[in-house]
Design a protein around this ligand. Structure first.
Ligand code: ZN
Length: 434
């Protein structure tokens, strides 16, 4: 069905940057992006017309790192260092989670993302990935999915995990009308021995899919790697010849030197910047300004709500830009335009989705409408500035993926909010008492 959205300010993420007019969507793609009013002839042809009433239309936001399977752990433990937080608080609760609990958390996470303007996300997790892929197919979001692997176990167990991850990746790659793609994901260099990472990369090359991994998130983990192997984890991957002939997306990359950044550019690697999680866990601040200056692809990510504690990418973009300015003592660092790119076009490239992240003919019709009605968005003409420095997730009124509405006037169309709120509480208590 064709859909026409008219009377909107379109933030294209291409040239020209802003268009006041309308978009026509056919077969889930943008067919026309034009200024002014649609003709009567066009109006008579389309299946559905939405009057945008002066709203802002922008590409749906893209979250390049997270673990929605941990959603029930929001607020479960705060204010501990990463490794103690993981080992003493996160992993014991996660070990008790069953399919029903993980599903309740993921439904909640999808609702939260849609309600705050995210249309595409990455999920790196080890539990019930098939179940999640089926839910995403029903709910209508776009996602890059992977069965995450921890290699602190015998070889036979590593291989069993890799078989499961490969099977999942094969079954779901480019499924759900292309809304689902897959990757392979060793969890991190501190949880995967080098030869296991090597095995995973071999398979990813063979399957022509990307690899995603946490890298250099804390000084502690880098120091430990250096003690054990005598080399920085990034240099280690390079020395083993694992960086070429495959697309890498690293999460965090907080502890990287200039020389690493130069070589990352040579390999055309992508980085997921997770400012709030890195701040909350006291990990530090990734050198995103330098990464962008060197031409690296940097997307934005939230990590899980256990370390964030929300999935609102507008908040993440604002915080991500501000902290770079504070860190560099330079207000010209990471400007609003570049922050918005991280949340849209760069995210699409980091996740290797084609024709995504812009409002342009031939691109996927994944977009959101923001209503500039609230006082915190007045005066309303500075759209790019407001989107990064003033907009809240709750200003999003409508969300579309592949031309289909998932949110209309803040009503979720494919998820039941009341049930989600009830089940999130029920399931958290049930697991807690297990
Ligand atoms: Zn993570």
């Amino acid at each position: 069905m064709s859909v026409l959205i008219k009377n909107v300010s379109i933030v294209t993420m291409t040239e020209p940057e802003l268009v006041y007019g309308y978009v026509l969507i056919k077969d889930g793609m943008f067919h026309t992006v034009n200024s002014g009013e649609p003709t009567d002839e066009l109006i008579s042809e389309v299946g559905r017309i939405v009057n945008g009433q002066g709203k802002w239309l922008l590409p749906g936001l893209i979250n390049t790192h997270g673990h929605k399977g941990m959603a029930l752990l929001r607020g479960h433990s705060d204010d501990l260092p990463l490794h103690r937080w993981l080992e003493e608080k996160m992993w014991p609760f996660e070990a008790k989670q069953d399919r029903q609990a993980v599903r309740a958390g993921r439904d909640m996470a999808m609702a939260e993302m849609i309600l705050s303007g995210t249309t595409t996300f990455l999920e790196m997790y080890h539990l019930f990935m098939d179940d999640f892929a089926e839910r995403i197919e029903e709910v209508g979001m776009r996602a890059s999915l992977m069965r995450s692997m921890i290699g602190l176990c015998p070889k036979s167990e590593q291989e069993a995990k890799l078989d499961e991850a490969k099977l999942f990746a094969k079954q779901w790659h480019k499924k759900a009308s292309g809304r689902i793609q897959t990757m392979l994901a060793p969890h991190a260099p501190y949880t995967c021995p080098p030869d296991f990472i090597e095995r995973i990369v071999e398979e990813a090359r063979h399957m022509s899919i990307p690899v995603h991994m946490h890298l250099a998130e804390t000084q502690f983990e880098v120091n430990k790697h250096q003690e054990q192997y005598g080399i920085h984890p990034f240099d280690h991957l390079e020395e083993m010849g694992l960086l070429s002939n495959v697309h890498w997306l690293f999460a965090h990359g907080v502890y990287l030197e200039d020389t690493h950044l130069d070589r990352m550019k040579e390999y055309d690697l992508a980085v997921s910047y997770n400012p709030v999680s890195n701040l909350k866990l006291g990990s530090g601040v990734a050198r995103v300004d330098e990464m962008l200056r060197k031409g690296l692809t940097v997307g934005i990510g939230t990590d899980s709500v256990a370390s964030n504690n929300t999935l609102d990418l507008f908040e993440e973009l604002r915080m991500g830009a501000l902290i770079q300015k504070g860190q560099s003592h330079d207000p010209t660092t990471l400007q609003a335009r570049d922050a918005l790119k991280m949340g849209t076009v760069n995210g699409a490239k980091a996740l290797q989705f084609e024709n995504l992240g812009k409002i342009e003919k031939g691109y996927e019709a994944d977009f959101v409408l923001v209503a500039p009605n609230e006082v915190h968005l007045q005066p309303k003409e500075h759209i790019i500035s407001h989107l990064v420095y003033a907009t809240k997730g709750t200003d999003v009124t409508d969300v579309y993926v592949k031309g289909k509405p998932l949110l209309e006037n803040r009503e979720l169309l494919t998820l039941d909010k009341e049930r989600i709120v009830f089940e999130a509480n029920e399931e958290y208590q049930r697991i807690l008492q297990k």
